[in-house]
Design a protein around this ligand. Structure first.
Ligand SMILES: N[C@@H](CCC(=O)N[C@@H](CS)C(=O)NCC(=O)O)C(=O)O
Length: 216
């Protein structure tokens, strides 16, 4: 199994956490997003969206998009499960995941930030303010949902770490990347800290990956 990866990629962070939870350790192939390696024709042939992660399983199955990759891993390697057993639970977990994957993260990826600067003349501070605004909007949604819902437990859904937690932890890392904080979101903070106490989550963190700076 191979994964196209880069230390700073939040989407790849999600998949790294899921892989660690499953006890899988694929070969990593670096795509240097800061150098624009995702835009090269060789990579665009692998993922026309020019984005990571991409996972290639041993039989050649090639997958794009962090959420389907994680669901694929969960179906193919079911133990331990990342999703609840019941349909309503799975829908809730997917809805929590989509706060990051569909609603917040797509607005802050490198291609969007560089477009804001190059086409609309946004300064680095303005680009950061944009990114933090959308990450904070997701953070607020997580807090309100998790705090009010009886299905929330030690983790986002009950007392077992799963797919929603992986998305929440990547979201919290993204907030930090854009100089924000989760300190005013107590339920989020409690769950993120509990997740990061697990080495399978902590070791997947962007700042623990090859090529990462020691701090942001
Ligand atoms: N929805 C995708 C997002 C993929 C994505 O945009 N990945 C970022 C890194 S986190 C990327 O490779 N961006 C390249 C760019 O924006 O140029 C997923 O969840 O996998």
């Amino acid at each position: 199994m191979k994964i196209f990866t880069y230390w700073r990629s939040l989407a790849t962070f999600r998949v790294r956490m899921a892989l660690n939870l499953k006890g899988l350790a694929p070969e990593g192939i670096e795509v240097d997003l800061h150098a624009g390696a995702q835009l090269k024709p060789e990579f665009a042939a692998i993922n026309p969206m020019r984005a990571i992660p991409v996972l290639i399983d041993d039989d050649g199955t090639t997958l794009h998009q962090s959420l389907p990759i994680m669901e694929y891993l969960d179906e193919r390697y079911p133990d331990p499960p990342l999703m609840p057993a019941d349909a309503a639970g799975r829908a809730r977990v997917r809805a929590l995941a989509q706060i990051t994957v569909a609603d917040s993260h797509p607005l802050v990826v490198p291609r969007v930030r560089s477009d804001l600067a190059s086409r609309f003349g946004a300064t680095p501070d303005q680009v950061n303010a944009w990114a933090l605004h959308w990450m904070n909007a997701g953070l607020d949604a997580y807090e309100q949902t998790l705090a009010r819902d009886k299905a929330t437990g030690a983790f986002c859904h009950g007392d077992r770490i799963g797919l929603a937690d992986v998305c929440l932890v990547s979201h919290a890392a993204g907030v930090r990347f854009f100089n924000g904080s989760i300190d005013k979101h107590p339920t989020v903070k409690r769950i993120v800290e509990r997740c990061l106490a697990d080495p399978r989550i902590a070791n997947a963190h962007p700042l623990k990956q090859p090529g990462a700076p020691t701090s942001m």
